[in-house]
Design a protein around this ligand. Structure first.
Ligand code: HSE
Length: 395
């Protein structure tokens, strides 16, 4: 039998062979070397020696667990380095990080970022800008830590008619609620989440639901293929949740989770972030510690559940590195959004009302926006201890 033809794949062509004397191998500039950035640096220094051309940090003299002896304090210099073709932004926030990303895109460089705040507020126009300059913008690490949900929506699920997407999108709050279920104190659990590198530099972004709202807006834009930004996503965080709320659920076979869900409602989308009781056997209840659970409900594919490490340096670095490899090979671009902006209205759910005297009643479905108002009213009504939605899957 003749030998089978050998299929040529990209790994057969070493970068050094593919490059000519006038086209040096593309290099990478890393901006930020904190929890995520240092994880990215360690991995790439080990797997791709010579790829990283510059690492910019705020304070080069600070000791770091990264084998690099030439940290720069000028991130613009790293972006402008002609040998840098891929810029990896691990600074976070909307100030300097935004300026650097804009500069990289303007120069036609590929950008990889874990910056959910930026993608959730300006992602649609940044993607359009990148399309004009020939740059690419990849942000797998912005949602769900190590869970490959961005590329799943842009690739394997690109033809799916998504009806609903969401679940547990914030690791820090899940870690806190999980710890409270086991009897820990809210403040101690938050401190532990910070120590483990799960929380944002300002943990109010986690506990007040901003982080989950950002991630939900990004997912909704990809799932419903329309420009989407987080300022329209109603939100309520976990700061007011007490041990009694967690225990009240546990006694009824319900687990308290910070849910972030968007679902189709006619031509609009119903979306919101709220603490909610979830039946113990529901996929959303599966998230333990800092894990995330994302469920995609599609007309064709039915329910698909993605779960795993949702926060932490190594988990997030894994997604960043995957995007870097995709950028180097110019494959798997995140699709640009098209059409009218997504119209978002408030998520609705029935509520469980717990009274100060221990009584518990079920209330009708209310909109999350109204619920926030009701909760504020309840806080001045001494007879009501808490009002928390109970998650019901759409029939
Ligand atoms: N602070 C975020 C979380 C980190 O707890 O989920 C991952 O985005």
């Amino acid at each position: 039998m003749p030998p089978l033809p050998r299929v040529l794949c990209s790994s057969d062509v070493a970068p050094a062979q593919a490059a000519t004397a006038t086209t040096p191998a593309p290099g990478l500039g890393l901006l930020g070397c904190g929890t995520v950035g240092s994880g990215v640096a360690r991995r790439l220094l080990a797997s791709h020696p010579g790829l990283i051309r510059g690492i910019a940090v705020r304070d080069p003299s600070k000791p770091r667990d990264v084998d690099w002896d030439d940290f720069s304090d000028d991130a613009f210099d790293v972006v402008d380095d002609p040998s840098v073709r891929v810029v990896v932004e691990c600074i976070g926030g909307l100030g300097l990080a935004r300026e650097l990303i804009l500069r990289a895109i303007a120069r036609g460089k590929d950008v990889v970022t874990a910056n959910k705040d930026l993608i959730a507020t300006e992602g649609p126009w940044l993607a359009a800008f990148a399309a004009r300059t020939g740059a690419s913008l990849r942000y797998e690490a912005a949602v769900g830590g190590a869970i490959p949900i961005v590329r799943a929506l842009g690739g394997a699920l690109a033809g799916e008619d998504v009806l609903e997407i969401g679940g547990v999108l914030n690791g820090t709050t899940n870690f806190i609620l999980d710890a409270m279920e086991m009897g820990a104190d809210y403040g101690e659990a938050l401190e532990e989440a910070q120590r483990l590198g799960f929380a944002e530099s300002d943990p109010r972004s986690d506990v007040d639901g901003h982080d989950a709202a950002h991630k939900l807006a990004i997912l909704a834009g990809l799932a419903f293929r329309r420009p989407s930004v987080s300022r329209f996503v109603g939100r309520r965080g976990i700061a007011g949740i007490s041990a009694a709320d967690v225990q009240t659920g546990a006694q009824r076979g319900l687990r308290l989770k910070l849910l972030a869900v968007a679902r189709r409602a006619g031509d609009e989308v119903e979306a919101g972030v709220t603490p909610a009781y979830v039946p113990e056997d529901h996929p959303f209840a599966r998230a333990r510690g800092a894990e995330n659970v994302v469920r995609v409900l599609g007309r064709g594919c039915g329910p698909l559940v993605f779960s795993g490490a949702g926060a932490g340096g190594d988990a997030t670095a894994s997604s960043v590195v995957a995007d870097v490899l995709a950028a180097l090979e110019s494959r798997e671009r995140v699709p640009a959004h098209a059409g009218e902006d997504l119209v978002v209205r408030s998520l609705r759910a029935p509520v469980l009302v717990r009274y100060a005297d221990g009584r518990v009643t079920m209330g009708d479905a209310v909109a999350l926006d109204a619920l926030v108002t009701e909760t504020v009213k309840a806080s001045v009504d001494p007879s009501v201890a808490s009002i928390i939605p109970v998650w019901r899957d759409a029939a």
